[in-house]
Design a protein around this ligand. Structure first.
Ligand SMILES: Nc1ncnc2c1ncn2[C@@H]1O[C@H](COP(=O)(O)OP(=O)(O)O)[C@@H](O)[C@H]1O
Ligand SMILES: O=C(OP(=O)(O)O)[C@H](O)COP(=O)(O)O
Length: 407
């Protein structure tokens, strides 16, 4: 049973400030529809149908990255899923935002601009410090209640996630409630046979620390993506660094080198690394190279190769449970989807307990004709769900729990 209050406890006719996680893949500057919109739409529709004035906050990307964009396009996608208009204001807590908030009628919905465009949102700090920011102190008096539905961002100590619950009565939305219950239940589950974790994606910093903490739970890790290349670098291969305009490896290597080397040293037997990698050849087609034959990294590696997939598939078939965090390659491009899809197909065909997590990674399921029903749980959370597996508390959930004790 969750120890926070939910929107079932929210009194009628309120001005409600709601935190969603609409962080999405961006292609050609536009957000791509994904299950985060579909799932959050349920909470938003329920609040609007109940006659509340509903103001939404969300973030997109990280400052300095290509995916750091306005939320104007997100409002349109969300409106389609909710089945009601979703207004948008290109401001977070300035006069324009406050005027739009105060003009809302019962049942109307308004999305504010990307919270990370407001400098009080980042960096991480304690809930008390975040509650004292101008962002929270200016917005909170315009509301009666705060709802957090952003389970997938609950591992971040940002103002919109941990600051508002100190300033307003605070409740969990439907996504927060269901993801919390599902992921907490998984953390306490016991398995008879081997437990495997597929680790890929771009946010290596998030997963490497967790690999260390999952010592007791996970028997073997199958690596790919950026994390996989960083481990190959630690194992002495000339890969795992940026080339050209790339900004994925060097900073994460600097931050995690010691940890990667110690995880590899202590859990080397449990860690399987790619034996071949795929890249875009001169003719624009997919090309592959054995890791042992790489003398110098001249281009980006965008997937694991066929030999690696052949090595990983049987490991999955003999597992009792498989957890996926991050894609093994850039599956959005069909040429580099083999690793991710090969692994997902093996999981779908195996009678194991399986969880696929991450806003980006879980998109591969429908893109490649697999069904959500083939997996035990498809989480819209990535970093938050694997942290939940370690039993580590999530800061944004802790402040909801503290708020429930006060309410
Ligand atoms: N070798 C790679 N180089 C660049 N990007 C990669 C690579 N492998 C996987 N990715 C990207 O990782 C993304 C998913 O990673 P991440 O954002 O960490 O996970 P999620 O949002 O699913 O939790 C995918 O969109 C995929 O394109
Ligand atoms: O997409 C998210 O996390 P995920 O990639 O772990 O699923 C969340 O929106 C958190 O975003 P952040 O990792 O930029 O803080």
């Amino acid at each position: 049973m969750p120890t926070f209050d939910t929107i079932d406890d929210l009194p009628a006719d309120k001005r409600v400030l709601v935190r969603l996680d609409l962080n999405s893949p961006i292609e050609d500057g536009e957000p791509q529809d994904n299950r985060r919109f579909e799932r959050h739409a349920e909470t938003v529709r329920e609040l609007a149908d109940a006659g509340h004035r509903v103001v939404l906050m969300a973030h997109q990307g990280r400052p300095g990255r290509d995916d750091f964009t306005s939320l104007a396009g997100h409002a349109e996608i969300l409106a389609d899923h909710v089945g009601r208009d979703v207004g948008f204001v290109a401001d977070t807590y300035g006069d324009e935002a406050l005027a739009a908030i105060d003009a809302l009628e019962a049942g109307e919905i308004l999305l504010l601009e990307n919270t990370r465009m407001c400098e009080d949102e980042l960096p991480e700090a304690s809930p008390e410090e975040k509650a004292e920011t101008a962002f929270v102190e200016t917005l909170a008096p315009h509301f009666d209640a705060y709802v957090n539905d952003a389970y997938s961002a609950a591992h971040r100590k940002h103002a919109s996630l941990v600051g508002f619950p100190l300033a307003l009565p605070a409740y969990a939305g439907r996504v927060m409630e269901t993801e919390y219950e599902a992921n907490t239940a998984i953390a306490t589950r016991e398995f008879d046979g081997p437990v495997t974790m597929v680790v890929g994606g771009t946010k290596a910093t998030d997963v490497i620390g967790v690999m260390d903490a999952l010592d007791e739970t996970v028997d073997r890790f199958l690596l790919g993506g950026v994390a996989g290349e960083l481990f190959l670098r630690a194992a002495g291969h000339p890969v795992g660094h940026d080339v050209g305009e790339m900004d994925l490896f060097d900073e994460q290597w600097k931050k995690n080198q010691e940890l990667i080397e110690s995880v590899l040293d202590e859990r080397g037997d449990a860690i399987r690394l790619a034996s071949d990698l795929a890249y875009e050849g001169d003719d624009g087609e997919r090309a592959e190279v054995a890791v042992g034959d790489i003398d110098e990294k001249a281009t980006g590696y965008l997937d694991v190769g066929a030999a690696t997939v052949a090595d990983y598939e049987p490991a999955i078939r003999e597992s009792d449970a498989v957890f996926v965090k991050g894609a093994l390659g850039v599956f959005e491009d069909e040429r580099f989807a083999d690793g991710t899809v090969g692994v997902l197909e093996a999981i779908a065909e195996t009678d194991c307990f399986s969880v696929v997590g991450g806003g980006d990674t879980s998109r591969a399921i429908e893109m490649y004709g697999l069904s959500e029903e083939d997996f035990s749980h498809v989480s819209i959370a990535g970093g938050a769900y694997i942290r939940a597996l370690t039993g580590e508390p999530l800061p944004a959930v802790e402040v909801l729990e503290a708020a429930a004790k006060r309410q």
